[in-house]
Each structure stands twice: as structure tokens, then as C-alpha cells.
Ligand binder design. Structure first.
Ligand code: COA
Length: 159
């Protein structure tokens, strides 16, 4: 049984390329699992996306927060946040949240979201903002438990 106490929760180190690369990979998996998209990124896309993350973390703006969870050397979960203005207010948008399947159900996402909120509050954000697919019942349940309410609907029609 995996235990929260044996894990380390911290921001990734932008001087450590392998950490940024692993962070991007887990972010890609989050997007693919949540959207049901089986197509992996190519190696060149991964390198490009990793470089983009590193630029965001080192440009001095402090607009991005890349939290990761480690068991020993292995990164097993990520949470990716971004400060931005929404509805004319300072807000914190959630880009990604992913927990390795073997580590689910023990409270990792809940703790990551608490840490993300703490950062957003410290940075002066007025609210958190997140997009979740209607089919992602687990993520909807977590958000509801943490006090999120529906702010808008994203309407689609097949053509
Ligand atoms: C969604 C996800 C991040 C949850 O991570 P997690 O660390 O397992 O979540 P937690 O252990 O903190 O669980 C929090 C809540 O989720 C719900 N939950 C967790 N496991 C569940 C399960 N197997 N079935 C149903 N609900 C579950 C419960 O509401 C739980 O609250 P509780 O502990 O008070 O019962 C993880 O499943 C994941 O990475 N999914 C794929 C990527 C994804 O969908 N990301 C979000 C895109 S918006």
C-alpha cells in the first residue's frame, strides 16, 4: 500500500532538464487520459514542450507553478498552474493534474490542489479556474468536494 508520507511534494527545479522533461510527459499523459486521445507526442514535440515550460519558469514573471510529487527519484504526479486575468480579475487557471495510476486514491490530487490554492492565494489570485470533461467523474467529485462550482458550460454539437 502506497503511503503519502513516503512521497515528496515540491516545485520542479528549472535547472534540472530531466525533471522538466518528466513533468511535461506526465502533463501529456494527463491530457491524453482525460481526452481519450491515444496518440503520443513525438520526441521533437516533447523537447519543444519541455523547452516552453522551462522558459515559462525562468523568465522572472512567476506566472507558472509546476508542482510534482516524487517517490525517491521517480516523479509520480504533477499539477500545473498558471496565473492569468479572467473576467477582469487576477485568477489561477489549472492546466493539468495527473497522478500515476498505481498511486491513485490515497489523496495525492487533493494535496496537490491544496498546495496549488495556497500558491494562488499568496500570489493574490481571486479565484481558481479549471476545465473538466463531463465524463471525468473522479475529477468532478474532487472539485465538488473542494468547493468548486460550475461557472460556465462549454457547448458542442457534432457536425
Ligand atoms: C483525477 C486524478 C488526478 C485523481 O487523483 P487521486 O490522487 O487519485 O485523487 P485523490 O486520492 O486525492 O482523491 C480525491 C477524490 O477523488 C475521488 N476518487 C478518488 N478515487 C476514486 C475512484 N477510484 N473512484 C471514484 N472517485 C474517486 C473521491 O471523491 C476522492 O475523495 P475522497 O478521498 O474524499 O473519497 C487521477 O485519477 C488522474 O490522474 N486521472 C487522470 C488524469 C485526469 O483526469 N486529470 C484531470 C484532468 S481535468
Amino acid at each position: 500500500v502506497k503511503n503519502l508520507d513516503s512521497l515528496r511534494f515540491r516545485e520542479i527545479d528549472p535547472t534540472h532538464y530531466a525533471e522538466a522533461y518528466a513533468f511535461n510527459l506526465l502533463h501529456e499523459l494527463s491530457f491524453r487520459e482525460a481526452s481519450g486521445d491515444d496518440a503520443p507526442d513525438s520526441e521533437s514535440e516533447r523537447v519543444k514542450n519541455t523547452a516552453n515550460i522551462l522558459i515559462k519558469l525562468t523568465n522572472g514573471e512567476r506566472k507558472y507553478y509546476c508542482l510534482a510529487v516524487f517517490e525517491g527519484e521517480n516523479m509520480i504526479a504533477i499539477h500545473f498552474l498558471n496565473r492569468q486575468e479572467l473576467d477582469r480579475q487576477p485568477a489561477c487557471h489549472i492546466h493539468g493534474l495527473f497522478v500515476h495510476p498505481e498511486y491513485r486514491g490515497i489523496g495525492i490530487a487533493t494535496r496537490l490542489k491544496a498546495m496549488g490554492e495556497e500558491w494562488a492565494r499568496a500570489m493574490g489570485c481571486a479565484f481558481m479556474d479549471s476545465h473538466v470533461r463531463t465524463t471525468n467523474e473522479r475529477m468532478l467529485a474532487i472539485n465538488e468536494k473542494l468547493g468548486y462550482t460550475i461557472a460556465r458550460y462549454n457547448l458542442r454539437k457534432s457536425l
